[in-house]
Design a protein around this ligand. Sequence first.
Ligand SMILES: NC(=O)c1ccc[n+]([C@@H]2O[C@H](COP(=O)([O-])OP(=O)(O)OC[C@H]3O[C@@H](n4cnc5c(N)ncnc54)[C@H](OP(=O)(O)O)[C@@H]3O)[C@@H](O)[C@H]2O)c1
Length: 289
Amino acid sequence: MKILVSGGTGLLGQGLLRLLRGAGEHEVRCFVRRTSPAERLEGLELAYGDAEDAGSMARALRGMDAFVHIAGIRYTPWVLEAMRRAGVERLVIVSSTSAHSRFEFRSAPRLANEALLAGSGLRWTVVRPSMIYGSELDHNMHKLLRFLDRSPIFPLFGSGENLWQPVYHEDLARGLYTALTKPGTEGRIYDLPGARPLTYLDLIRTAAGSLGKRVRIVRVPAEPVRRALLVAERLRLPLPVSSEQVLRLREDKAYPYEKAREELGYAPRAFKEGIALEVGRLREIGLVR
Ligand SMILES: NC(=O)c1ccc[n+]([C@@H]2O[C@H](COP(=O)([O-])OP(=O)(O)OC[C@H]3O[C@@H](n4cnc5c(N)ncnc54)[C@H](OP(=O)(O)O)[C@@H]3O)[C@@H](O)[C@H]2O)c1
């Protein structure tokens, strides 16, 4: 199959490209921005452009059988326009389990973009990852590990009883690869989270344990922090976290994945196992002790 991949320089994209190369039976082209770290795509054919520019994507899609769009569900309108122009019909697109959020500011944009696919006439498949972790390219966990590595205490906003279900990047990449290559996935939406939900408190303790550390938890009430952030946001002060993020800390992010298990053979690993692999990786490159 001739496959165009966007987002190839990111955490999930790198994992998918390893699988595509390993399979040895696909021709892969990567859609990248001029500013992308192209050294991560060594040996692969590149097509330059931007996902907000349908023309550049349409050119990159020429002659391809399928598009795996990892760069962001928010670009769906341009993706659909580019597919139409290039006459490519098969699309596998990465959304997010945030589509399940009870907070509309998280779920509504994802659901609206996913809904565009239904009327597109394409053979589409959606995969929805939960929080992705596994290397220095992840957005959250490597920062948490580096913090835990250096700090004897951990400030915990709220009760810590809310649920999380992060997914190890290679498990997710395998799920995405299967959604692309297995027949019968067209018109399907698959949630691809980690093996089991765990409380935020367990997540912190497990991450600290994988570093060989015991961490002292210092509880910080979340609501006063959120209110202070709201005020600071109104004053347009630059902040490391947003009031919306603090609000979402209270939401359970746990997701069943029977459909993916049955139809894709999806079998992600436990957090304890994945985080130990990430610690190994971060030690190897000197980011944690
Ligand atoms: N990370 C998570 O925890 C998480 C959770 C749920 C869903 N997701 C979704 O899963 C997907 C993969 O996540 P990830 O963590 O692997 O992403 P990532 O590491 O942040 O990488 C994003 C990739 O998209 C590319 N990209 C972004 N904007 C682009 C544009 N306008 N035009 C072309 N390329 C563009 C980036 O290219 P450059 O190299 O040029 O920056 C990069 O390759 C994303 O769609 C994300 O929204 C992520």
